[in-house]
Design a protein around this ligand. Structure first.
Ligand code: NAD
Length: 337
């Protein structure tokens, strides 16, 4: 199978590429992978170094909203797994335009090319944030989207376009919506790597508002296994939720990170809350469990400990990224995902 992975130099896309090419995703089997990535501030070829020399791997630097590049690259691929996106909520609040260009226009350009070149399946990788905020209970795949921040609105726009290409043109599209991911190679502007890299250096960490915002956490390897399942056996035109079953408030998460890094609450700065900050996200994941037999494998305690160890042992990966992440360390614009 020839797979085009957009955004494959980012955090989750690169995990998917490394695992697929190492044969770790049982539902994919033998494959050739092309990564199409613009290498924005969050894209990093170092994330792909472990597989860069494999003959089954090819990298193309390009923008998914550039029709001529996309047309050339899509040709000859069986499936597209679409990760490429602007992903940081705080950046979308400060400057939404690029989010519309990539997450909406770029998705539409890819969908058009998929149609023209007879791509067999298009997986739109999306997020629980498209639903807005929920105080109690969980969203199902039948819930209507109601995004509150520009990042989520542009992801919802991409999802709706993808589903419309299925209904209008018959393109085989599947949408996945996942909760918060954590793991190695995550750009240090998102809350876990930001807090861990700061704490490893004895620096201060910022906590938004009262810290009561709640998120579900999933190890990135479980997310990629679930995407592979959906790619192989999901039903066309359907949405599938992916989650981890570990819901924590930001205070609870911060407590665990402080303990794991041997630091105390004296290093925490309480900063004003993010504009439009959703209080709680929660996905019902029974559909992917019942239909495709998915279950997360990595216990949060184990995954978090491994992740912290990885950041402790891989300073050469994250120290050069600090300047690029500066946006997220300016005080008022600090990051939870
Ligand atoms: P990331 O920011 O680490 O990576 C994004 C990648 O996309 C980067 O390599 C970047 O260079 C590339 N990119 C951005 N704009 C591009 C463009 N115009 N053309 C080509 N490439 C471009 O993001 P991530 O955390 O790996 O997220 C990947 C996908 O998963 C996104 O679609 C995101 O919405 C979704 N998602 C993320 C999470 C999470 O917790 N991180 C949760 C659910 C869903």
């Amino acid at each position: 199978m020839k797979i085009l992975v957009t955004g494959g130099a980012g955090f989750i896309g690169s995990e998917f590429v490394r695992s697929a090419l190492r044969g770790e995703l049982a539902d994919i089997g033998d494959c050739q992978v092309t990564v199409l990535d613009k290498l924005t501030y969050s894209g990093n070829l170092a994330n792909l170094a472990p597989v860069a020399d494999l003959p089954s791997f090819r990298f193309v630097r390009g923008d998914i909203s550039d029709g001529s590049v996309v047309d050339q690259v899509v040709a000859g691929h069986d499936v597209i797994v679409h990760f490429a996106a602007e992903t940081h909520v705080d950046r979308s609040i400060a400057s939404p335009t690029q989010f519309v260009m990539t997450n909406v226009l770029g998705t539409q350009v890819l969908l058009d090319a998929a149609m023209r070149h007879g791509v067999r399946r298009f997986v739109q990788v999306s997020t629980d944030e498209v639903y807005g905020s929920i105080d109690e209970g969980s969203w199902t795949e039948a819930t209507a989207v109601a995004p509150n921040v520009p990042y989520a609105a542009t992801k919802a726009g991409g999802d709706l376009l993808a589903l419309s290409y299925h209904r209008t043109f018959g393109l085989d599209v599947v949408v996945t919506r996942c909760t918060n991911n954590y793991g190695r190679y995550q750009f240090p502007e998102k809350v876990i790597p930001l807090f861990v890299t700061n704490l490893l250096d004895g620096r201060r960490i910022p906590l938004y508002g009262d810290g009561g915002n709640r998120r579900d956490w999933l190890h990135v390897s479980d997310h990629c296994r679930a995407i592979a399942l959906v790619l192989g056996a999901g039903r066309a035109g359907e949405v599938y939720h992916i989650g981890g079953g570990t819901e924590l408030s930001n205070v609870e998460l911060t407590t665990r990170l402080l303990e794991a890094c041997g630091a105390g609450w004296d290093l925490v700065d309480h900063v004003p809350d993010r504009q439009g900050h959703d209080r709680r996200y929660s996905l019902d994941i029974s559909k992917i469990k019942d239909e495709l037999g998915y279950a997360p494998r990595v216990r949060f305690e184990d995954g978090l400990a491994q992740t912290i160890d990885w950041y402790r042992s891989n300073r050469e990966w994250w120290e050069p990224l600090r300047d690029r992440a500066r946006f997220a360390t300016r005080g008022e614009l600090l990051g939870t995902l």
